[in-house]
Design a protein around this ligand. Structure first.
Ligand SMILES: Cc1ncc(COP(=O)(O)O)c(C=O)c1O
Length: 388
């Protein structure tokens, strides 16, 4: 067998710590899992019905590579409503297989070997992996509690070189559950314009936001429409993770490049699932509201519970369904903490260092689980801390 059988592209990425924890917890009984990054709700009935109708109407052939036009139109309507920006469904919108495919296609369309892509550290692992898969460089810019786990724009500027091509933004954020405020977003946009950079804005948690926190997107600022790719998904907002439908919205030349890439990978996302996504956008939004208020209640339970446990802390959470908990007070490394907590108390959480070097000393907890499990999990974590 050839020595270099496996490509540099494939070898540029490994398995994530989330997967490793997930696989370990599957070997044990009675585990309360805070590792899973998906809503524990079913897809709303009216969306499922729309899919059934599409199937009954035999919408089972190939869809256009760019996605069903009706869905692109629905995305344009929605983006105008939420972002106040008009996009042309013919040229500026691409339907993708989830947010993941939108983000990966954006990276494939923009990143050449050696190009630098800025990602926040802690990051969502795929944001870090995508540039590596283009043989580019992922430049991890530390973000921490002092800047609400969002970019400190002055600090970020220090990481920009002539090779920097894009910046990845994720607000609300996985893994930290924080949201970028308007003033910081304005500074970030000014920086992108100053250095002629493209901003890839991952907005898959756009609707999962709490209290009076404002959702701000870069395209709401002057001069950003032409340099921003919005990546969004039905997975989280509509509990449609398995349907694999998302979209990218951006300048026509970049969307066209992504379209050519996707034409050579997936051809197009599943046709009847796209009709269900039209219903998700145009149909009633009550289920989304119910789901978000349920997450908000769990967020409160989790924050109160964690902050009562000595040696653990998590100051605030504004969106998504993740808590990034500081465990440095325990004296354990995050890997050790997670392994011991799982083996000794059957509670599974993810080591923060799995999300970048700057995540060390923290653990990520997804609170997409029932209130009963949440309370039981917190109880067991409290007991574990007492044993230390
Ligand atoms: C920050 C972030 N972006 C994108 C995605 C991709 O989701 P999907 O491909 O299911 O739309 C996820 C999923 O976990 C995520 O957490």
């Amino acid at each position: 067998m050839k020595e270099n059988l496996i490509s540099r592209r494939a070898n540029s990425v490994g398995r994530t710590k989330i997967r490793k924890m997930f696989e370990l917890e599957k070997t044990l009984d009675n585990v309360i899992s805070f590792t899973v990054g998906e809503p524990d709700f079913h897809t709303p009935e009216h969306i499922v019905r729309a899919c059934e109708r599409a199937l009954a109407e035999h919408k089972t052939g190939y869809a256009p590579n760019q996605g069903v036009l009706e869905l692109r139109e629905a995305v344009a309507e929605r983006t105008l409503k939420t972002h106040g920006v008009k996009y042309d469904p013919e040229t500026e919108i691409l339907i993708t297989a989830g947010g993941m495919n939108a983000l990966r296609a954006a990276s494939e369309a923009l990143v050449n070997q050696g190009d630098e892509v800025i990602v926040p550290d802690p990051y969502w692992c795929n944001h870090f992996h995508h540039p590596l898969m283009e043989l580019g460089v992922a430049v991890a810019v530390p973000v921490d509690a002092a800047s609400n786990y969002m970019y400190d724009v002055a600090r970020l500027e220090g990481y920009i070189t002539e090779k920097t091509k894009t910046i990845i933004l994720n607000s609300p954020s996985n893994p930290t559950g924080r949201v970028m405020d308007r003033a910081t977003m304005k500074k970030l946009c000014e920086l992108c314009i100053k250095h002629d950079l493209i901003l890839i804005s991952d907005e898959v948690y756009e609707h999962i936001i709490y209290d009076d926190t404002e959702f701000v997107s870069p395209v709401m600022f002057d001069g950003m429409r032409e340099r921003t790719i919005l990546c969004n998904s039905f997975s989280k907002s509509y509990a449609m993770t398995g349907w694999r439908i998302g979209y990218a919205v951006g300048p026509a030349d970049i969307i066209n490049a992504m379209l050519r890439i996707n034409e050579n990978t997936l051809a197009s996302p599943t046709t009847f699932a796209q009709y269900a996504a039209v219903e998700a956008l145009r149909g009633p939004q009550d289920d989304v509201k119910k789901m978000v208020s349920s997450f908000e209640k769990r967020r409160d339970i989790l924050l109160e519970g964690i902050n009562k446990i000595p040696k653990l802390s998590c100051p605030k959470l504004q969106g998504a369904f993740y808590a990034f908990v500081d465990i440095r007070g325990t004296g354990l490394s995050d890997d050790e903490f997670c392994e011991r907590l799982l083996l000794e108390k059957r509670v599974s959480v993810t080591p923060g260092s799995g999300f970048g070097a700057n995540g060390a000393g923290h653990v990520r907890m997804s609170y997409a689980l029932s209130e009963d499990d949440l309370r039981e999990g917190l109880l067991r974590i409290g007991e574990f801390i007492e044993t230390l």
